[in-house]
Design a protein around this ligand. Structure first.
Ligand code: ADP
Length: 427
């Protein structure tokens, strides 16, 4: 499709039209030659039709060599570990199969002509012809070595600073606890009031540093994660029981629901992977149980914090491919305009209902980062004054996948018995 217009125009039109088209083309080519970003046009067969000097600089492939080649031989993308992208990950391949929308990837790496790996930010947009049929794609990409380095330095600074500051804060908290302890200190009631407030704020500060540390780790991929086979039903029910006390304390009911509106009949034929008979659907997923507990606990803590009366429901449901956890409350709700920003760092809703409630605005960001570690998705639905429901979708393992995973874990445990102390046992 590309470049065919040229000769037709020359043949058919003359005079002004020809001049103005030539002007337009000249302008476009001046821009394409001048910009530093790589611009690449591929046709519907994946053949490179346009490759600007920026693209040549970044990839190391001269335009004359890249043109007319398939994009796959030039744009070799990989992840941060150097593993080549699968077709499902590769935005250039995905644009051919999946989408009518622009696909962006800020985490890619490119293997250049000389074999060097450079961090790349790339966006690929489909080109549609007049019948809305896919006729090619345009990719714009940039070498982001410097940005990534700066990001890393920033994250390192935050992580060192928050680590260092946690120690004195813990000391202050400890001494305040001693001052407030009747058996150790004698203080009058006014001093107690002040120290109580100081204690509360110190705890808040400690939590802020902890959250900062976790979010810095999440950002540069240092978040520890030991995924293991987890059956969500039992797992979430146990967490729920541990949390009951906090809900009781605020006079809120807490309900666990393992049936929800599940459409799925037990895909396991009524047996779990240990061969025991059960009656509800089993939802096997591969996650780090400690990390997932953080997520559920965080969403539950929020539900308690932002609910004055009523009940909190924690449930699981799903279908053949997805296992879902949801946490529903009857609280203040979240304004529609805040919802798109809620899972960003430091975002807090500023309303009269929430302003007085302390928090760091990092909790949901960390939740999202953890859920994404397991190819999951987290989102919220909410109605002001009625309540909010947070949903987490995780890829559900088939019975065969769960069996295979269980065998792998048993083999690992047998080879390294020390690990069995930390490897979570499935039910
Ligand atoms: P915070 O430490 O402020 O609670 P989070 O990242 O956990 O930080 O939450 C971000 C914001 O989302 C909160 O400040 C609050 O305004 C809103 N929010 C989170 N959960 C709920 C909920 N269950 N009900 C109402 N608002 C919520």
């Amino acid at each position: 499709m590309f470049g065919h217009g040229h000769s037709k125009v020359n043949g058919a039109a003359g005079g002004n039209l020809e001049n103005s088209l030539r002007d337009e083309r000249q302008k476009s080519s001046i821009i394409l030659n001048a910009i530093e970003d790589g611009v690449m046009l591929i046709d519907k067969n994946g053949i490179i039709e346009l490759f600007n000097p920026g693209a040549a600089n970044i990839t190391g492939w001269p335009e004359s060599e890249a043109r007319k080649l398939n994009y796959k031989s030039i744009m070799r993308l990989s992840d941060e570990k150097g593993e080549p992208y699968t077709p499902e990950q590769d935005p250039l391949t995905r644009i051919f199969t999946a989408s009518n929308e622009t696909i962006r990837d800020n985490k890619a790496f490119l293997v250049t002509k000389s074999g060097k790996q450079i961090p790349l930010s790339i966006s690929v947009s489909p080109l549609l012809d007049s019948n809305k049929q896919f006729s090619g794609a345009v990719a714009i990409f940039r070498d982001v070595t410097q940005e990534r380095q700066e990001e890393k330095q920033r994250a390192e600074f935050i992580s060192t600073a928050s680590h260092e500051m946690r120690t004195p804060v813990a000391a202050i908290e400890g001494y305040l606890a001693l001052a407030l302890n009747d058996k150790v200190s004698t203080i009058d009631s006014r001093a107690r009031q002040y120290l109580d407030k100081a204690h509360e704020s110190t705890q808040h500060l400690g939590k802020l540093f902890q959250d900062l540390l976790t979010s810095a780790k999440a950002e540069d991929g240092r978040l520890n994660s030991h995924p293991a086979l987890v059956e969500l039903g039992d797992y979430v029910e146990k967490i729920c029981n541990d949390l009951r006390f906090a809900a009781d304390k605020k006079g809120l009911a807490l309900e666990f629901s393992s049936l929800g509106n599940s459409q799925t009949i037990d895909a396991t034929g009524g047996k779990n992977v240990a061969g025991q008979k059960i009656i509800r659907p089993l939802f096997y997923v591969l996650v780090d149980p400690d990390r997932m507990r953080e997520v559920v606990t965080n969403l539950f803590d929020n539900a308690v914090k932002y609910t004055d009366q009523g009940k909190i429901t924690i449930g699981i449901t799903g279908d053949d491919h997805i296992a879902q956890i949801y946490i529903k409350d009857t609280g203040v709700g979240i304004p529609a305009e805040d919802i798109p920003h809620l899972f960003q760092k430091f975002y807090r809703v500023d309303s009269s209902a929430t302003r007085t409630i302390g928090g760091t605005g990092l909790g949901l960001y960390i939740c999202r980062k953890i859920v994404e570690l397991y190819q999951g998705r987290i989102w919220v639905e909410s109605e002001m004054g009625k309540g909010s429901t947070f949903f987490i979708n995780l890829p559900r393992l088939s019975t065969e996948q769960a069996q295979a995973q269980k065998q792998r874990e048993s083999a690992e445990t047998a080879m390294n018995p020390i690990n069995s102390l930390t490897t979570p046992v499935i039910q």
